[in-house]
Design a protein around this ligand. Structure first.
Ligand SMILES: Nc1nc2c(ncn2[C@@H]2O[C@H](COP(=O)(O)OP(=O)(O)OP(=O)(O)O)[C@@H](O)[C@H]2O)c(=O)[nH]1
Ligand SMILES: [Mg+2]
Length: 330
């Protein structure tokens, strides 16, 4: 049964998790009728958004991101905070069961009244399909969550996408394995605000300290994203709940610093601008694909590019020119 925008709105702002789930499903939907309701809902909730700390977590597959989120989430809940997790499930496009896998890994957190865990299929996150993680995050904020934790897929563009919508970007590293092995590109180091070396126990603490030194040397050559912030490299174990308090405190200090310098607001404004551009491109492309442009259809142009008969930029320029002309915009 269709739920009205008003009911969704009331449900979300009163913190009803069933309605929160429905609202997220709505913003994730690509159906035109859902898009319209989704925008109406987002418009209504807007005054209730913006009050969380948005945390992005990256690291190679298996680094312990989900385990970290669970552990960190439990700690935040102990501090009387409400925690929402938007986990991007990398393998869900291939294997539907894996969503459950990730959920199981956060089973302790999932039991908590003040936690909300939402796995999203990565098929809706990477590639040519619109990603709506930002909008899902706004809905969680309207529902009163203090921390929003977003796990990246750890491949391709997902780090950039998550870094572009969060206030703090955390990098989970495991001991050993060269930087290339861990997929650490310089670009990632430039996005990071805090590093946590995970899976540290008494058997490998010396190796972990060496890894920390290497990382600190590497950081020395990187232009810091925030002035006056020295990127902390912390050690611990997400599984055994060690070292998480220090992460929690450092995040608090980082947010304080950004707020007092005005950077917190400044970055959020820049992120909102990027998000606007993202949607303009996305919506124009969608309309362009489905629109009727006389004999100049999107598919005709795309096919001739696919057949390697013409160069993509020339074909796109001709097509766009045609659209604007047919609408008397030129
Ligand atoms: N020994 C040890 N194992 C850990 C620790 N943290 C996570 N693990 C284990 O590492 C494995 C991978 O952990 P996940 O939390 O699923 O890692 P992830 O980065 O979310 O993995 P993907 O989502 O597949 O990229 C699991 O078997 C965890 O139990 C830790 O601190 N110590
Ligand atoms: Mg995971």
């Amino acid at each position: 049964m269709k739920v009205s925008t008003e009911d969704l709105y009331q449900g979300v702002i009163s913190g009803n998790t069933r309605m929160l789930g429905k609202a997220i499903t709505l913003v994730e939907s690509k159906k035109p009728e859902h898009r319209q309701q989704s925008e109406a809902l987002l418009k209504k909730i807007m005054p209730h958004t913006g009050n969380s700390i948005r945390i992005g977590i990256t690291g190679v597959p298996g680094a312990g991101k989900s385990t970290f989120i669970e552990s960190f989430g439990l700690l935040a809940i102990k501090e009387d905070k409400k925690v929402a997790v938007l986990a991007i499930d990398p393998s869900s496009a291939l294997n539907k069961g894996s969503i459950l896998g990730d959920k199981t890994r956060m089973e302790e957190l999932a039991k908590e009244q003040n936690a909300f865990i939402r796995p999203s299929p990565s098929s809706g996150f990477l590639g040519g399909v619109a990603n709506t993680t930002f909008e899902s995050m706004l809905i969680c904020e309207a529902a009163g969550y203090d921390y929003i934790l977003i796990e990246t897929v750890g491949v391709g563009q997902s780090e950039v996408l998550v870094a572009d919508i969060t206030d703090v970007f955390l990098f989970l590293k495991i001991i050993g394995g060269g930087d290339e092995l861990q997929g650490i590109k310089r670009g990632i180091m430039e996005m990071v605000d805090l590093i946590f070396i995970n899976k540290v126990d008494e058997t490998n603490v010396q190796k972990a300290k060496n890894t920390k030194l290497e990382l600190m040397r590497a950081l020395h050559f990187i232009h810091p994203k925030e002035e006056n912030w020295k990127i902390p490299v912390l050690l611990g174990s997400a599984l055994e709940h060690r070292g998480l308090e220090a992460v929690y405190e450092q995040i608090e200090s980082f947010i304080q610093l950004k707020k007092s310098s005005g950077r917190f607001e400044e970055v959020r404004k820049q992120q909102a601008e990027k998000r606007f551009d993202y949607w303009v491109k996305e919506l124009i492309l969608q309309k362009t694909k489905s629109g009727n442009w006389g004999n100049q259809s999107y598919n005709q142009h795309k096919n001739s590019v696919a057949e390697l008969k013409s160069n993509p930029s020339t074909e796109a320029a001709e097509f766009v020119q045609q659209i604007f002309k047919s609408n008397h915009l030129l």
